[in-house]
Write a protein that binds this ligand. Structure first.
Ligand code: UT7
Length: 356
C-alpha cells in the first residue's frame, strides 16, 4: 500500500480585517461578549471568491512541495460556499492554476469538509488511483451572514488552506480516520435561500441565511469530536502521551479547550487561531495546520490529532503522522491580491439596511 504524505501546505487569509470593535458599529454586540463566549477577536472579510482564495492557497502549497500544478492528478475543494453550484469550484481552481491535468471535484461536509476530503484523497492514494493530490478547504462565509442575527454574525470569517498529498512507501500521512453524520439533527444548522428545496414557482431564491441552534450544536460538537477522537486513538493504538499536537476545528474556544483538557494537552500542544480568523468552516483545519508548521509547532514524524464538527451534522477525527520535512521546498513568488477597502466598505451592500 502507498501512504499519502503531506508534502506541501499553504494558506490565503484575506487582507481585510473586521475586528469585534468595528463590528459593534453595525451589529448589536460587544467585544467582551464575543471574546468571552467564543474566543474570537477578529475575522477576515474576502474581496475575492472561494476559487480565487483556493488558488492562492494552492500556489503556496505547490511551492512548498516543490511541485507545479501540472504534476497534480486530483484537485478536491472542500467548501459549502462555492462560487457557483455548477460547475464545481475545483474546476475553477484548476483553471486559475493554469493546468488541465487533474480530476476535480468539490466536497460539502461543512466544517468537517477538509477532514472528509483528507480521508477521500488519502484513500485514492492508498489504492493507487492518485499519486499527487491538492486538497483545499476554502470558505467565503461572510457571504452567508445575516448581519441582523447577532448570534451567528459574530462567528464566521473567510479564508483558505491547502495541502499537497503525495504517494510514499513511508508509513506517514493519514493513518486513521473516523467520519460520521448524525442526520437526525441536520435541521439544527442550515443555510436557507438556495437549492431545490425551494419551490421556485411559489417563492424566490434567497436571501441566504444561516439558521443555527447555537447551544445545542455546542453540546453536540463537544460530544461528537470527543467520541470520534477516542475512536481514532483506540483504532490507532495511540495513548494520550503519544499525541504531539491537536488541530481542532475552530468554532468556539470553549469547545477547543474542552477537547484539549480531555486529552490532557498543554496550550503549546493545541493549535488555536480562532482569535484571528473566527470560524472559517472547512478552512479552519488547513489554516491551523499551515500556521502550526509555520510556527514550528510540528516536528518531523509528530503524531497529530485533528477533529471537526459541522452541518449535517458531520463529524470527523483524524490521526495524521507528519513526514520528515517541516520546511517548505520553495516559497510562492507570485503576488497576492491586495485590497484597499475596509471591511465595512466590502460589506456595505449587505449591511445597508441595518440602520434603517
Ligand atoms: O462550526 C460548526 C459548529 N459550530 C459550533 O460548534 C458553534 C457552537 N455554538 C456556540 O459556539 C455558541 O452556542 C454560541 C457562540 C453560538 C452562542 O454562545 P452561548 O454561550 O451558547 O450563548 P446563547 O446562545 O446561550 O446566548 C446567551 C445570551 C443570550 O441572552 P439572554 O437570553 O441570556 O439575555 C443571547 O441573546 O447571549 C446573547 N447573545 C449575544 N449577546 C451579545 C447571543 N449572541 C450575542 C452576541 N452579542 N453576538
Amino acid at each position: 500500500m502507498q501512504y499519502a504524505e503531506i508534502t506541501g501546505w499553504g494558506k490565503y487569509t484575506p487582507p481585510t480585517v473586521l475586528s469585534n470593535e468595528e463590528m459593534t458599529t453595525f451589529v448589536d454586540t460587544s467585544d467582551e461578549w464575543i471574546s468571552t463566549r467564543t474566543g474570537i477577536k477578529e475575522r477576515r472579510i474576502s474581496h475575492i471568491n472561494t476559487a480565487e482564495m483556493s488558488a492562492i492557497a494552492c500556489e503556496h502549497a505547490l511551492a512548498s512541495a516543490g511541485l507545479s500544478a501540472d504534476d497534480i492528478d486530483l484537485i478536491i475543494v472542500a467548501t459549502c460556499t462555492p462560487d457557483l453550484l455548477v460547475p464545481n469550484t475545483a474546476s475553477k481552481v484548476q483553471e486559475l492554476l493554469g493546468t488541465n491535468n487533474s480530476a476535480c471535484f468539490d466536497i460539502n461536509a461543512a466544517c468537517s469538509g477538509f477532514l472528509y476530503g483528507l480521508q477521500n484523497a488519502s484513500a485514492q492514494i492508498h489504492v493507487g488511483m492518485a499519486k499527487k493530490v491538492l486538497l483545499v478547504g476554502a470558505e467565503r462565509m461572510s457571504w452567508f451572514v445575516n448581519w441582523q442575527d447577532r448570534q451567528t454574525a459574530v462567528l464566521f470569517g473567510d479564508g483558505a488552506g491547502a495541502v499537497v498529498l503525495e504517494a510514499t512507501d513511508e508509513k506517514v500521512g493519514l493513518l486513521e480516520s473516523k467520519s460520521s453524520c448524525d442526520s437526525n439533527s441536520r435541521e439544527i444548522l442550515k443555510v436557507l435561500g438556495m437549492g431545490t428545496d425551494i419551490d421556485i414557482y411559489k417563492e424566490p431564491l434567497g436571501p441566504l441565511t444561516i439558521q443555527f441552534m447555537g447551544p445545542d450544536i455546542f453540546k453536540r460538537a463537544v460530544k461528537g469530536m470527543g467520541m470520534a477522537t477516542n475512536t481514532v486513538m483506540e483504532k490507532a493504538n495511540l495513548k494520550v502521551e503519544d499525541i504531539n499536537l491537536l488541530i481542532p476545528h475552530q468554532a468556539n474556544l470553549r469547545i477547543i479547550e474542552t477537547l484539549q483538557n480531555k486529552l490532557k494537552l498543554t496550550d503549546d500542544q493545541c493549535m488555536v487561531n480562532i482569535q484571528k480568523y473566527g470560524n472559517t468552516s472547512a478552512a479552519t483545519v488547513p489554516l491551523a495546520l499551515c500556521e502550526a508548521v509555520e510556527q514550528g509547532k510540528i516536528k518531523p514524524y509528530d503524531n497529530i490529532i485533528s477533529a471537526a464538527f459541522g452541518a449535517g451534522l458531520t463529524c470527523n477525527a483524524s490521526y495524521i503522522k507528519w513526514g520528515k520535512r517541516v520546511t517548505p521546498v520553495n516559497e510562492f513568488a507570485g503576488k497576492e491580491q491586495a485590497c484597499d477597502k475596509t471591511a465595512k466598505e466590502l460589506l456595505a451592500h449587505a449591511i445597508a439596511d441595518l440602520k434603517k
